[in-house]
Design a protein. Structure first.
Length: 338
């Protein structure tokens, strides 16, 4: 057994002890020296799992509900989107606190309470973009969403501007300077090219292109790495067994060749779904190409889980997750490795 696989086996054994007894764990993910999986919850818990040594670290914070997280190695901080305070909150000096148990970060900066129903966070340099799924006119027949654009400084998050979309938005992801969005309550994916430079004022914006993903029912999470886009499908919100993951290799080429209003066919993607997957409402995902693994927040099944699927670009169908552990109220993930 290779050393990384042995280390992950130790992690899986640890998770099996620290989580619910009915969690079956199998498989492995080979990682580099640093492999930290950060997770937020709707009950305010912020956790980091060190995949290499199995240590779980909890971080005290001022939020009782968070959805959206990003770790920056430049200032050794993690930033969360607080749904309870409707703002961005960043906690620095994380590495100096050590690992294990509960840590209390002392250095914190926060933004203004501008948000109403935040759902995801995407970061491009000093700019932090938050998707907000508020129904502004309280009319379900006229869907809209908002994107709050903040610039992070040493002491604050400064709101630069807010743009309004012509559809409900959930997950967001930068691919270079282009911002891709999951169109909520649909099977569609939209893009705004050169998002930060083109959209500098408060205004209503029109997506450059919107395409559907064949076989997908309700898009929520998305993540892109090294040519591959992964999207999550929660299916019917009340069902704990109809979720799915859609994996699209050579994504940018396939997206560019698809006409606006068209669709990316089932033959151009892989799909993970079925009872063995434990996917019901996979609301947030992270894909890492170096290890070819998808980490998933499953929000409904078992009242919250984090799952992982190996060999993401070569498997499909009704497969079991390679990692599974309970996390009540799980809402979002960020995977940091070096």
């Amino acid at each position: 057994m290779k050393k990384p696989e042995l280390l992950l086996l130790m992690f899986l054994m640890f998770v099996g002890v620290s989580c619910s007894n009915d969690d079956d764990l199998n498989g492995g993910v080979s990682t580099s020296k640093t492999a930290h999986l950060y997770a937020t919850t709707h009950n305010g818990d912020i956790r980091r799992y060190d995949i290499n040594n199995g240590v779980e670290t909890n971080y005290a914070n001022s939020s009782s509900d968070a959805e959206g997280i990003f770790f920056s190695s430049e200032d050794d901080s993690f930033t969360i989107v607080s749904r309870s305070a409707n703002r961005l909150e960043s906690y620095s000096g994380i590495g100096l606190l050590g690992e294990g148990g509960t840590k209390n970060p002392e250095d914190m900066i926060m933004g203004s309470a501008d948000l109403e129903n935040p759902r995801d966070l995407a970061v491009n340099g000093e700019f932090y973009v938050v998707s907000d799924n508020t129904d502004l006119d309280e009319d379900e027949t006229t869907p809209e969403g908002r994107l709050f654009i903040y610039r992070k400084t040493e002491t604050n998050f400064v709101l630069r501007n807010v743009v309004q979309t012509k559809f409900k938005v959930w997950g967001i992801e930068f691919v270079g300077d282009d911002l891709f969005l999951a169109v909520d309550e649909s099977s569609k994916l939209a893009v705004y090219r050169n998002f930060l430079t083109v959209n500098t004022n408060n205004r209503i914006v029109t997506a450059e292109k919107i395409v559907a993903i064949q076989g997908l029912i309700r898009a929520h999470g998305l993540d892109y790495d090294n040519g591959t886009m992964v999207l999550s499908d929660i299916g019917e919100a009340e069902s704990s067994s109809d979720g799915a993951l859609h994996i699209i290799e050579n994504f940018q080429e396939k997206f560019s060749l698809t006409d606006n209003g068209g669709f990316i066919g089932a033959g151009d993607q892989l799909r993970i779904s079925g009872g063995n997957t434990l996917l019901g409402n996979p609301v947030n995902i992270v894909y890492n190409a170096a290890y070819n693994v998808i980490f998933v927040v499953e929000a409904l099944n078992n009242n919250g889980r984090v799952l992982a699927f190996n060999d993401a670009t070569s498997v499909s169908g009704n497969i079991s997750p390679d990692l599974k552990y309970a996390l009540q109220g799980a809402s979002s993930l960020f995977f940091y490795t070096e």
